[in-house]
Design a protein around this ligand. Sequence first.
Ligand SMILES: Cc1cc2nc3c(=O)[nH]c(=O)nc-3n(C[C@H](O)[C@H](O)[C@H](O)COP(=O)(O)OP(=O)(O)OC[C@H]3O[C@@H](n4cnc5c(N)ncnc54)[C@H](O)[C@@H]3O)c2cc1C
Length: 321
Amino acid sequence: MQNYEITIVGAGLAGITAARRLKKQGRDRILLVDKSTSVGGRLATRRVANGKADHGAQFFTVRTDELNEDVEDWLEKGWIRHWYGEDYPRYTAVDGMNRLAKQLSEGFDTLLQSKVVEIKRQDGFYKLIDDQGKTWKSEKVLLTMPVPQVVQLMKDSQLNVPVETMKQLKSIAFEPTYVGIFHFQHATSLPGSGQVDQDLPDGMERIVDHQKKEISDDVIVSIYMTGDWSRRHYGEDYVMGLMKEKAASYLDFDDIQSEQLKRWRYAQANKVIRSPYLDLTGEGTLVCAGDAFLRENDSAGRTRFESAYLSGKDAAAFLSW
Ligand SMILES: Cc1cc2nc3c(=O)[nH]c(=O)nc-3n(C[C@H](O)[C@H](O)[C@H](O)COP(=O)(O)OP(=O)(O)OC[C@H]3O[C@@H](n4cnc5c(N)ncnc54)[C@H](O)[C@@H]3O)c2cc1C
């Protein structure tokens, strides 16, 4: 049975950032596991014809010196660029947000299409079991998936997580988000940066033209609905129709070649906790982190790229040997 120093469940930004910090601290038997076919989680980019669309996070902002230091490095490497906003710069990945996740996770031992379904405590180790029946041992475990999925995993595992800690986990709540992805034949009339987030119809958060965002050859446009609207219409089959109706004054839907709908069940947390990670068993060996875990002094107060980054970093520091 393979044996790791640490297994990080979830190769989104929190998991990848934790892995990078642990590596810097000298750990070399790190395993990143993800149930998906790619790393990145909600840093997600979809190919559409000869183009692509970021259908998860579209940009990120920077409030801390820690992220700023990495941002300087990523800018120098040509991985990200300033997209728009002068007072509060919005950065985006030059080749799509998922590409940034791939660049950041390069060189790590990564197991994809592996959903961890149970964790057992055995002889001072953790034994992890995935949905393919694969098992391995790990001294420590960091869980970075959206918290409702952590709660489920804890329910399916025989671990000593105190009731109070489970209560804290269950207090975190996520909202869904619907994203419509449209392939147009001709250029849109959206502004130069390709994004609109002001004065939109009720329920609509943002429209992004990915050709104008400079990550797509074809004209691929995404419409992001708000968490509240997405929750109210969750699971309904008329969502795409409503979305197009609302966006009709911005886009010419007679010009579309294709359309697809992405439904994020856990998009952004609307109830977070003010602690950058949780030590689940009090032993310092099984820890939960991710974008819903905010530092006490977090000035934005909401789940986002930077909160995932900081949570991953702080959890890794806590887990260090
Ligand atoms: C539509 C949308 C728009 C957004 N826009 C922005 C934005 O513009 N700016 C911004 O700052 N933030 C934005 N966000 C939020 C941002 O994307 C997230 O805060 C951040 O990417 C979360 O990172 P994470 O590592 O905490 O979680 P995730 O990225 O969700 O990573 C968790 C990973 O765990 C994996 N996983 C889950 N369960 C298991 C299991 N049992 N076994 C193995 N793997 C598992 C998942 O596949 C996933 O890859 C947006 C999010 C969405 C969905």
